[in-house]
Design a protein around this ligand. Structure first.
Ligand SMILES: C[S@@+](CC[C@H](N)C(=O)[O-])C[C@H]1O[C@@H](n2cnc3c(N)ncnc32)[C@H](O)[C@@H]1O
Length: 250
């Protein structure tokens, strides 16, 4: 299994353990290109329905296109700030989101607003991140690249330490937390993560925020240098620490 799949597997397991199941009507908040929306659509099946919400209309266009290409008929996408901006018919059985609370100035208020569209007893499941753990001093290039990415996310307004606060945010927002988990995406000397791909995609943002220069990134050789560094040190690196939380509306 590739590590890219490992991230998706982690999300899927979280959704299942958090109680997303057949027949549910689910809201996917901050759906972006709809990767989580489509995953939820598979879990709820034809008897269920998923609405993906995002305030980025262009992301929604891509999300619609991908869902249509893959033949999903139980998925819809709507613009909105956390909740759909158009009136919705009835309450949701579950609200889910991945890497979205970290972008809210007031995530407690966001949870409070989401609970208003969730039925009593409805499920709430979020996957967020925390960069507190990760660095391994025997891998300086890995540390540097890890730093570039998280510094860029922070400069764009992301809370890069939300994982450890998830319990408190959901509880203060009015949800009943049932479980918090943290899982690491690790790289071993032989197991790599598509870091160069991620850095390449983020490169204009890294440069725009003054986090790193073209010459420092040296994108064409980055993957090779990272793999060599881990192999030489025979070391393991925590690339990403994914926190999951699930609970319900009291
Ligand atoms: C890091 S992306 C994650 C996308 C998707 N959840 C995933 O994991 O693939 C964060 C997304 O949340 C959206 N977003 C952030 N704040 C939002 C808000 N208040 N209301 C709606 N969407 C929001 C952004 O536009 C972006 O598409």
């Amino acid at each position: 299994m590739s590590t890219m799949n490992a991230v998706e597997t982690l999300t899927r397991r979280l959704l299942i353990d958090g109680g997303i199941t057949t027949g549910m009507r689910v809201l996917d908040v901050g759906c972006g290109y709809g990767d989580v929306t489509r995953m939820v659509a598979e879990l709820v099946g034809d008897a269920g329905q998923v609405i993906g919400v995002d305030h980025d209309e262009r992301a929604l266009e891509t999300a619609r296109m991908r869902a249509a290409e893959q033949g999903f008929s139980n998925v819809a996408f709507a613009p909105g700030d956390m909740v759909p901006s158009m009136p919705i018919d009835g309450l949701f059985d579950a609200v889910v989101g991945r890497r979205v609370l970290m972008y809210q100035g007031n995530p407690i208020d966001a949870i409070d607003r989401l609970l208003q569209v969730l039925r009593p007893g409805g499920r709430i499941v979020f996957q967020e991140h925390d960069s507190t753990l990760g660095p391994n001093s025997s891998l300086p290039l890995h540390q540097q690249v890890h730093g570039w990415i998280w510094e860029t996310v922070a400069k764009e307004g992301g809370n890069i330490n939300l994982g450890f606060n998830l319990h408190s945010v959901l509880t203060q927002g009015g949800a009943k937390v049932e479980q918090v988990r943290a899982e690491a995406i690790v790289q071993t000397p032989t197991q790599s993560h598509p870091i160069a791909f991620i850095v390449r995609a983020m490169m204009p943002r890294l440069i725009e925020h003054g986090v790193a220069t073209d010459a420092e990134i040296e994108i064409e050789t980055l993957e090779l240098r990272l793999n060599e560094e881990r192999q030489k040190a025979n070391a393991t690196f925590i690339w990403d620490m994914a926190f999951g939380v699930w609970g319900s509306k009291p």
